[in-house]
Design a protein around this ligand. Structure first.
Ligand code: BLA
Length: 291
């Protein structure tokens, strides 16, 4: 039987069409070293694109497809630092019948303790989160450190492939992306230099986290080798990690420092946690109540 996983390129096409309706996209060149990159395995195909727009610093997408075996989507949109918009994040990994999904409007600023930011962007979106949290239920324990990068409407789920699940995922992607575009439409440019700096640092922290600890990295390394995987990660997927700020991974995440001063290779130092959804229906974080 053919795998039921649809091509994630359809998701990207949808997103590009929707974006173009409301804003002017300008294509960004691929980094030199990635222009003729090739996977080690001829059965693996990949598709990249990257753009900027008046409010968007970087919209980029990577789809990896291995016929009948694997489908990967990493689609993200990073706002310019003049905007405190969330970061759109769709990370889907599908192999055989297994699907590992993160879909979210990742908060730029803390939504566990900062009520103002949470209310500004997520209050109106709670019904959207509610709509999908039963259809795409919580995927169980995850890297404890990751939860700070997720919002109250995050879809973190795992499922076995079926037509209906993939249809739900496509519809969730469309709804979440349209919601993000609407936020972008309404966003007004920040003029306060301190606030812009604050946005810039928050985005840099996010990029620094993902460039170092993204769960997709081992697979990229397997497919492309260490050097190319690093290049893809730092100059394409999380471009900005070397230019938006000077702080290091350990400046932001000191808990990962080993005795010899190097970065702990483990993905988590606090451990895996959050067996169940740590946000309630009103968007309050309830993760610590259960230890
Ligand atoms: C697993 N991907 C995961 C997990 C999460 C994410 C939370 C569960 C394991 C864990 O808790 O670490 C995704 N984590 C995220 C995201 C953020 C985060 C989006 O902190 C953002 C802040 N996944 C991809 C891509 C690949 C991929 C592009 O998005 C491959 C190229 C693979 N993700 C992948 C694989 C697993 C996984 C193979 C399961 C293996 C594992 O858990 O290590």
């Amino acid at each position: 039987m053919e795998t039921m996983t649809p091509s994630y390129r359809r998701f990207v096409r949808f997103a590009m069409e929707e974006t173009q309706r409301g804003t002017h996209l300008v294509s960004l060149p691929l980094p030199e070293k990635l222009r003729c990159m090739k996977a080690k395995d001829d059965n693996v195909a990949f598709h990249t694109l990257s753009f900027q727009a008046p409010k968007i610093r970087l919209l980029r997408s990577l789809v990896i497809e291995e016929r009948h075996k694997m489908q990967v989507l990493d689609f993200a949109v990073f706002p310019k630092p003049e905007f405190d918009l969330p970061i759109f994040c769709a990370n889907f990994f599908s192999s055989g019948q297994l699907n590992i999904i993160v879909l979210d409007l990742n908060p730029l600023h803390d939504v566990i303790t900062q009520m103002v930011y949470k209310e500004k962007y997520y209050k109106k979106l709670l019904p959207l989160g509610e709509k999908y949290c039963e259809l795409l239920p919580w995927g169980g324990k995850l890297t404890g450190e990751s939860i700070r990068f997720f919002s109250p409407i995050v879809i973190w789920t795992k499922f076995t492939s079926s037509q209906s699940k993939h249809d739900i995922l496509y519809s969730a992607f469309q709804d979440y992306y349209k919601a993000w575009l609407e936020l972008m439409d309404q966003a007004t440019e920040e003029t306060d230099a301190l606030q812009i700096l604050h946005n810039c640092e928050a985005q840099h922290k996010y990029l620094t986290w993902r460039a170092e600890k993204d769960p997709g990295y081992p697979l990229l390394k397997k497919l492309f080798g260490d050097n190319l995987a690093k290049e893809i990660t730092r100059n394409f997927l999380f471009d900005g990690v070397a230019s938006l700020g000077d702080k290091s991974f350990l400046d932001y995440f000191p808990g990962y420092e080993c005795e010899d001063g190097t970065i702990n290779k483990k993905r988590t130092v606090v451990g895996k946690s959050f067996e169940t959804r740590p946000w309630n229906a009103t968007g309050d974080f309830i993760g610590y109540e259960f230890g």
